[in-house]
Design a protein around this ligand. Structure first.
Ligand SMILES: [Zn+2]
Length: 418
């Protein structure tokens, strides 16, 4: 085999997409992005802000009503030039090239591409971009809800996480809970019933359970007694509680959610690693190492630790090596830091069981972005495994087997899709 066989295989494997915040078909059709929102409206603008873009220029960039494409692009051109080589910038360049035929991003090229993005904003193109162009097997969507409306076209392609985010951050959304379950939470028993009812209604239609409460509190977890949880719940119901009350209540709700996830056979996805956006990351909260007490407490659960715990990749490899109930997901990681992700994959292969790694989730909102991020993942995975073959650490046949595993087979095993 030549190295092109490996590249050919990686390009052809129908990839499982374990994580998107894909907007519903109606939003794409009726309120889809213009060319600037499409290219820069995902994580890319976070880098523009880090590079010094001012809030008013950012507001104009993301608001088509604020001016022409040329004027809005000219405002951000300097910040774009500063960020174009970072991972989000690479995703933009891949999208520009593959979807819009743009090799150099200029105001003229963007003006010319606007009719193309408009022509893609219908249900058939939405599905084609993801299923036929990105060559995805299916997408797993975190819409941060408990239930959702089925997709009009190919509902089997669109699967959903059951979000337990609000509970895990120790927030009781009583109005929403009552609308969903008929239960008003007043004490620990009614809270237990509400959580059970949400799972009973929605777990059978979900692919996994999800929480990203590392945005709100530390991932550190403690077993909480009924008395501790009752005390914290009363404080939260009274006035929102302190951060300690919410952490205690969140720990209790998280434990009950994991017990239901086990009961319904659903993996539990946890956001680990860095925050999106700017100026608010508490990096001490996001370490996957905070999870070890929880992982030890629930050996029969299946935990999917997301985003390679960036920048705590080595810590996560150690956890995946030690805990049989942990899987590791490269979702969002290739675009955050492609070199570290590539290095992470090589370290993982030579340290941990290769059945526990997932290659891709874009973590984006629009099908065009899903395509761009999947192209980036395939590109870097190809470079990574080619480097392994060139180093003599894998044969090409072994590299192809690993690609097939981490792009698809591991997900089928973990999410019970076989
Ligand atoms: Zn996400």
């Amino acid at each position: 085999m030549s190295s092109s066989d490996l590249a050919f295989e990686i390009a052809a494997i129908r990839l499982v997409d374990t994580h998107e915040h894909l907007q519903p078909a109606g939003a794409w059709r009726e309120n889809g992005p213009d060319i600037l929102q499409d290219l820069f409206g995902h994580y890319a603008w976070h880098d523009l802000v880090s590079a010094g873009l001012q809030p008013d220029a950012l507001e104009r960039l993301l608001n088509p009503a604020s001016g022409s494409i040329t004027a809005r692009f000219n405002d951000i051109r300097e910040a774009w030039e500063r960020t174009q080589f970072a991972g989000y910038g690479e995703a933009i360049r891949l999208s520009a090239h593959h979807t819009y035929g743009i090799d150099e991003i200029t105001a003229e090229a963007l003006e010319a591409a606007q009719p193309i993005v408009a022509s893609l904003q219908n249900d058939a193109e939405r599905l084609r971009l993801m299923r036929e162009v990105a060559l995805l097997d299916h997408v797993q969507i975190d819409d941060m809800q408990w239930n959702r409306v089925p997709e009009p076209l190919s509902p089997e392609f669109f699967t959903y996480d059951l979000s337990m985010w609000s509970f895990c951050r120790g927030e009781i959304e009583n109005e929403k809970i009552a609308a969903e379950t008929g239960v008003t939470v007043t004490d620990l028993d009614s809270l237990r019933n509400a959580i059970a009812s949400i799972f009973l209604k929605n777990a059978p239609h979900s692919i996994a359970v999800k929480s990203q409460h590392a945005y709100d509190r530390s991932l550190a977890w403690e077993e909480r007694t009924e008395a501790e949880a009752t005390h914290a719940l009363q404080a939260v119901l009274r006035d929102g509680g302190t951060s300690i009350d919410r952490a205690v209540l969140g720990d209790w709700c998280w434990a009950r959610s994991i017990e239901h996830a086990i009961e319904y056979g659903l993996p539990f996805k946890v956001h680990t690693g860095m925050f999106a956006r700017n100026g608010r990351m508490t990096i001490a909260w996001v370490r996957p190492g905070h999870l070890t007490k929880l992982l030890a407490r629930y050996p029969e659960a299946r935990f999917v630790l997301m985003h390679i715990g960036y920048p705590y990749g080595d810590e996560l490899i150690s956890i995946a090596k030690h805990y049989a109930n942990v899987w590791v997901d490269l979702c969002w990681a290739w675009s955050i830091d492609p070199y570290s992700s590539s290095d992470f994959v090589r370290r993982f292969i030579h340290a941990a069981p290769v059945n526990k790694l997932f290659a891709y989730g874009g973590d984006t909102m629009w099908p065009t972005n899903v395509l761009a991020y999947s192209l980036q993942a395939r590109r870097w995975l190809t470079k990574t495994l080619e480097a392994e073959v060139a180093a003599g650490d894998l044969t090409e046949k072994q590299a192809i087997t690993i690609a097939e595993r981490i792009m698809r087979r591991n997900q089928f095993e973990c999410f019970d899709l076989l």
